[in-house]
Design a protein around this ligand. Structure first.
Ligand code: NAD
Length: 491
């Protein structure tokens, strides 16, 4: 099997690296491809950056109305090829076909918002800020930028950045997760059909080595990262130390609070979708479910009944609600955390370990797991599980729950289920998380809004998506001009 090619300078090219690692279907263990890896992928980054720098000098002078035309073309290509793209996403990441289509739609939303760049990029102008003097603030592109993305959304996450980067006049390099490089291979087949300067958009494969090359290359001015917290922290500190603008999204541990006045039937369905959707491998997956008051028994039962109806299996098969986790190592880690929770006194209401999935004996499958009364100070309650595991705990009051939520390491999302406006208002105001859901289980911002994150879930200032992305990919320039009236010529 040949190694996957990079897309550099408008062409598909072999990596300079001879080293590869396997891309594996997590439902079947089939080797789908071999992806370039190792030290020599650094040289690929150098080639991509050289081509990108040249393309940038041309592209930044193309009028913004013209620049966004390629985004309309890309949107059409993605819409026309959604079915094929969704199959690729499912085969390499494990999520269900419906989940893959969902993330393609989210990517397209970002393209649509970035098509508004001609308005979003507008600066400020004040005439006669002093007598005969005008002042303006304009936005200019930052240069060559790059994104480094995780395995769990092989398509969507790149589009939190790419459309905004090129609409604002930058060149852009994509380094996808080595676990799921095939989705971007397909996207770059579409990109190859666009009328762009050669080198403006590049695809470079690899792992830590290619990332380090991006972090070190002086011509790369901005980096967008999404992945685990330790790597996000590393990218942010090394990237900023090297003078780059960096936005780095990290991991999460998302609490959901259910008050006694919540609609139990609706809440339990939404919460089960949040915990078990994408097999729990979502940075906005609910993980810790906190009940307040006496209805705990009813909620527990409603959640249990909802969860039992979910089918685990290969994501392209009909009727499947949940696919496998990404690797055997991930599966083993989740199983270890479940056992540890039990050893530390948690009550195992539903044990999702060792499921039998007919026809897919070697897949990395786990069924939904529910643990009750997990000790608050133990690892299970603190660490990001990234698997289909719910920890159910109870507290005496909304105040106690908010204090607990705010004591956590992460701040990606916090959700509340209630029918009280006053409780909702209090929670919205006091919960320390970048994304808040009220009667919503996955508070994923639409493309018009920044994909926020607080505490160890985000390092940086400006986030991906919407106006934040426009600001991230541009630098402001303030111009003051004096044009004395007496200089006016008479013709
Ligand atoms: P990861 O951190 O292992 O990998 C992400 C990227 O970093 C990959 O492209 C990988 O090649 C690269 N990388 C990995 N180790 C590296 C190292 N030591 N040095 C330099 N680069 C390195 O993350 P993952 O397992 O692919 O993704 C899951 C994580 O991503 C979870 O923690 C999840 O919460 C997080 N995530 C966060 C968000 C968000 O918006 N906050 C969204 C999606 C996923």
């Amino acid at each position: 099997m040949n190694s996957l090619k990079n897309y550099i300078n408008g062409q598909w090219v072999e990596s300079i690296s001879q080293e590869t690692i396997d891309v594996i279907n997590p439902a079947t263990q089939e080797v789908l491809a071999k992806v370039p890896y190792g030290e020599d992928t650094r040289k690929d980054v150098a080639l991509a950056t050289e081509a990108a720098s040249k393309a940038f000098n041309e592209w930044r002078n193309v009028p913004v109305m013209k620049r966004v035309q390629v985004l309309y073309q890309l949107k059409t290509l993605m819409e026309d090829n959604t079915a094929a793209l969704a199959e690729i996403i499912t085969n390499e990441s494990g999520k269900t076909r419906a989940e893959s289509i969902g993330e393609i739609k989210r990517a397209i939303e970002n393209i649509e918002v970035a098509c508004g760049t001609p308005m979003l990029i507008a600066g400020d102008f004040i005439e006669d800020i002093a007598s005969g003097i005008d002042e303006m603030m304009i936005r200019q592109p930052i240069g060559v930028s790059a994104c480094i993305t995780p395995f769990n959304f092989p398509n969507m996450i790149v589009f939190w950045f790419l459309p905004y980067a090129i609409a604002t006049g930058n060149a852009f390099i994509v380094k996808p997760s080595e676990k799921v490089p095939l989705t971007m291979m397909k996207i770059f087949e579409f990109i190859d059909q666009l009328d762009l300067p050669k080198g403006l958009l590049s695809l470079v494969h690899g792992g830590k080595d290619s990332v380090d090359a991006i972090l070190e290359h002086p011509e790369i001015k901005a980096i967008s990262f999404v992945g685990s917290t330790p790597v996000a922290r590393y990218i942010y500190s090394k990237g900023t130390a090297n003078g780059k603008r960096v936005q780095a999204q990290g991991g999460a541990k998302n609490p959901v609070l259910i008050l006694p006045d919540a609609d139990i039937e609706m809440s339990s369905k939404i919460i089960a979708d949040s915990v078990y959707g994408c097999a729990g491998q979502r940075c906005l997956a609910a993980s810790t479910i906190i009940t307040v008051g006496d209805e705990k028994g009813d909620i527990k039962e409603a959640i249990y009944e909802t969860v039992k109806l979910r089918t685990t299996g290969y994501g392209l098969d009909a009727g499947v609600h949940m696919g496998p986790v990404i690797t055997p190592e991930s599966k083993a880690r989740v199983e270890r955390l479940i056992q540890q929770g039990v050893n530390e006194g948690a009550n195992l209401l539903l044990d999702g370990r060792n499921p039998s999935i007919p026809g897919y004996a070697s897949g990395n499958f786990l069924n939904p797991t529910i643990l009750e009364n997990v000790a608050l100070d133990k690892e299970l309650m603190k660490t990001e599980i990234f698997g289909p595991v719910m920890s159910l705990i109870s507290m005496k009051s909304i105040e106690e729950a908010i204090a607990f939520i705010n004591s956590g390491q992460y701040g990606n999302m916090a959700c509340l289920f209630t029918s009280s406006g006053a409780s909702a208002r209090k929670f919205r105001n006091e919960a320390n998380a970048g994304n808040i859901g009220i009667n919503i289980g996955v508070a994923a911002p639409m493309a018009q809004f920044p994909f926020s994150g607080w505490k160890d879930s985000f390092f940086g200032d400006l986030h991906g998506q919407g106006k934040h992305a426009i600001e991230f990919f541009t630098q402001t320039k303030v111009v003051i001009e004096r044009w004395p009236k007496e200089w006016s010529r008479k013709f």
